[in-house]
Design a protein around this ligand. Structure first.
Ligand SMILES: Cc1cc2nc3c(=O)[nH]c(=O)nc-3n(C[C@H](O)[C@H](O)[C@H](O)COP(=O)(O)O)c2cc1C
Length: 308
């Protein structure tokens, strides 16, 4: 089975990536399998300076998934470029650098800082970050998302992927604004804002009060948003949200995703990414496809039209 896919200036050996924040910088997984099995690694969000993250508790159980409020903790750009990127370069897999910032300049500095570094295949902007200028998430205001993407576009020639938040009224309008600002591709979905209450202690479970819901519970929402983005925006989409099996991945691909990412599933099964690569090949074959590209948007004719 030919699993190769190509879109937005990226060529992946297979359509399976690991979702940002659930795979660190690949070190733990590399102890148990060859990262070269993966189509790509979307690294934990990188900020200009090191970020401390949120107070505990940072994760909580939720039906069909989990809540997390890690707070985008990471060791910062310098550490990424000097330590994590050289480690990832040893593997034959596409490295997608997820970028976070407190303000537009913070994003731009990281985009510039990784552009030109050997072994960076693409940049993914996590626009679900609060903008200190107005306290709103960049994703919650299409005008500020547009300015941010324009500034990032001006700072790099690498493929630019913008991660779409489901916590907005109209993800398609957000995707459209990102396209007009110069994005090459979209990824969807980020986590859904939620919370859990500790009834014995009479307070929220998470130290941050709220957190992001991920895992199988969010898959129907992810599929709906990927389907709509592919059909109505027309940019290539990397689909994610609740993928646990090769069949889940195929659902996303048929909905219009060019590639998919696996996140929360790795906490239950560390071998999930290589397993899903294998299962996806089997599912494509049993569904009568000769390669991964044939399955793309098989259930979403409007996406095929939008891309042509
Ligand atoms: C513990 C945890 C940390 C995450 N950190 C990030 C992050 O740093 N940047 C980002 O864009 N998304 C982050 N995400 C969101 C995931 O990349 C993904 O979009 C989301 O979890 C949906 O996929 P899943 O249901 O397969 O986990 C994080 C998710 C989890 C569970």
């Amino acid at each position: 089975m030919d699993l190769r896919v190509a879109f937005a200036g990226l060529t992946l050996k297979n359509p399976l990536l690991t979702a940002s924040g659930t795979f660190g910088y690949g070190r733990e997984a590399a102890e148990i399998y060859d990262l070269g099995i993966l189509g790509g690694v979307m690294v934990k969000g990188v900020s200009r300076e090191p970020w401390p993250g949120n107070p505990p508790a940072r994760v909580a159980r939720a039906p069909g998934g989990m809540l997390n409020a890690i707070g985008l903790q990471n060791p910062g750009l310098k550490h990424f470029v000097e330590v994590d990127l050289p480690f990832l370069r040893r593997y034959q897999t596409a490295v997608v650098v997820n970028v976070v910032g407190h303000d537009q300049q913070g994003f731009v500095d990281v985009v510039q800082g990784v552009t030109g570094q050997e072994g960076v295949a693409a940049i993914e902007l996590n626009i679900s970050c609060p903008n200190v200028a107005d306290g709103l998430l960049f994703s919650q205001d299409p005008a500020s998302a547009r300015r941010l993407v324009q500034a990032a576009r001006a700072a790099t020639g690498l493929p630019l992927i913008v991660k779409i938040s489901p916590n907005v009224t109209d993800p398609v309008a957000l995707g459209q604004a990102c396209k007009e600002a110069g994005a090459d591709a979209l990824s969807a979905i980020n986590t859904l804002l939620g919370m859990a209450i500790d009834t014995a202690r009479r307070r929220p479970v998470l130290g941050n009060r709220t957190g992001g819901l991920s895992g199988p519970a969010v898959k129907p929402i992810g599929l709906r948003i990927v389907y709509d983005l592919a059909a109505q925006v027309g940019l290539p989409v990397i689909g994610m949200g609740g993928i646990e099996t090769g069949l889940d991945a195929l659902e996303y691909i048929m909905a219009g995703a060019r590639a998919v990412a696996v996140g929360t599933a790795v906490f239950r099964d560390p071998y999930a990414p290589p397993r899903i690569v294998r299962e996806l090949g089997e599912e494509l074959q049993s569904h009568g496809f000769e390669n991964a590209t044939q399955a793309w948007a098989a259930a979403n004719p409007a996406a095929r039209e939008a891309a042509s």
